[in-house]
Design a protein around this ligand. Structure first.
Ligand SMILES: CC(C)(COP(=O)(O)OP(=O)(O)OC[C@H]1O[C@@H](n2cnc3c(N)ncnc32)[C@H](O)[C@@H]1OP(=O)(O)O)[C@@H](O)C(=O)NCCC(=O)NCCS
Length: 162
């Protein structure tokens, strides 16, 4: 079942129809397409497929005018969850869609009685770090040489209040 929400985006844009739904294996091709446009280090198809198929994954796809333009995948373990991946199609960035997606995801995590959301982000990914900080995430540590190219990861955490 998908939840349909009408929101007014930034003042210069017309009202648009956006909705959110769970991600399906059929979506993997679209997810990989967006991911490849977004980063030099994209997740492979196998990561998306196994993550979407995992029963412990809580996923959220963002649909704008019938098109999948954003995704978020979390792995839930009791009261804690890891944000595995999040992305917005380049044509739709910086218009508040990332915030809407994360807000919707947090509502779902709350319903699943999750109380903290943790993530790793490349230390050089300043846009994502800004994004997470604006949503209330705080830096809680560094994992040195975490990524295959030896880049460090910043660990960030958000407390989800109930
Ligand atoms: C990070 C990402 C999901 C943000 O999505 P978005 O829809 O563009 O973000 P929003 O429009 O909702 O922006 C929310 C806030 O994030 C920050 N932000 C977003 N884009 C930014 C940019 N280019 N520069 C600086 N800050 C930025 C700002 O604080 C912004 O608030 P503001 O517009 O009031 O200043 C998107 O940039 C993306 O898909 N990046 C590539 C994938 C990625 O890096 N994922 C994270 C992996 S850990």
């Amino acid at each position: 079942m998908s939840l349909v929400i009408f929101i007014i985006m930034k003042p210069t844009t017309r009202p648009i129809n956006i909705s959110f739904r769970k991600l399906l294996l059929n979506d993997v091709e679209s997810l990989v397409g967006i991911e490849r446009l977004n980063t030099e280090h994209p997740w492979p198809v196998s990561h998306f497929s196994s993550s979407v198929a995992n029963n412990n994954t809580l996923s959220c796809g963002l649909i704008v005018e019938q098109k999948l333009i954003g995704y978020a995948l979390t792995l839930v373990a009791l009261e804690s969850a890891d944000l595995l991946n999040i992305g917005i199609h380049p044509n739709y960035k910086r218009q508040g869609f990332g915030e809407s997606l994360l807000t919707h995801l947090l509502i779902q995590l709350k319903e699943a009685t999750v109380s903290s959301l943790i993530l790793e982000v490349r230390v050089e990914n300043h846009i994502a770090i800004n994004f997470y900080q604006k949503q209330g995430f705080e830096g809680v540590g560094i994992r040195e040489k975490y990524y295959s190219n030896q880049e460090d990861a910043k660990i960030m955490k958000l407390h989800i209040s109930h």
